[in-house]
Design a protein around this ligand. Structure first.
Ligand SMILES: [Zn+2]
Length: 149
């Protein structure tokens, strides 16, 4: 049986959304970025490594405080090729936003992907590495982007 794909045009009020970011996880993460390190937290019970690292394990629901440094290389998990802006207007230079699972981590970081020439050739599972800004200050933006290896 073939399923029908339907398109619904509508407005999407982004101001209605609220985002909650766990301050301790973010603070640990940016503490690491200043020294060009990726820091997270590991659950002592199940071994799950979170980056950024919350103060509790989302599986075991227990407090966790073991800080770990993970690799600066990993695997491209998912990505979106941005051919147009949010209004649907084509962009002159397409760019790729992605999620990456760094080696030693069980969670994902988001960022932009560089090092590709033809976006058609980008595939999930490709190896990537972290690229830092030349000067870091302890901010999320210290992590410039991910680069295909
Ligand atoms: Zn756990």
């Amino acid at each position: 049986m073939t399923q029908e794909t339907r398109t619904i045009e509508s407005t999407w009020d982004l101001t209605a959304y609220q985002f909650k970011i766990e301050a301790d996880a973010l603070n640990l993460f940016i503490k690491g970025t200043k020294d060009k390190k990726i820091l997270g937290r590991k659950c002592h019970q199940c071994g799950t490594v979170y980056v950024p690292g919350p103060t509790y394990c989302r599986k075991c629901l227990i407090d966790i405080d073991q800080v770990v440094e993970v690799s600066q290389e990993g695997v491209l998990d998912a990505f979106t090729v941005n051919l147009a802006d949010v209004r649907g207007i084509p962009v002159e230079n397409p760019f790729i936003t992605c999620t990456v699972k760094l080696d030693g981590s069980d969670s994902f970081l988001m960022g932009t992907l560089e090092g590709w020439t033809e976006w058609h050739s980008v595939r999930e599972g490709m190896r990537v590495k972290v690229v830092w800004k030349d000067t870091t200050s302890g901010a999320l933006a210290d992590l410039s982007h991910f680069q295909l290896i």
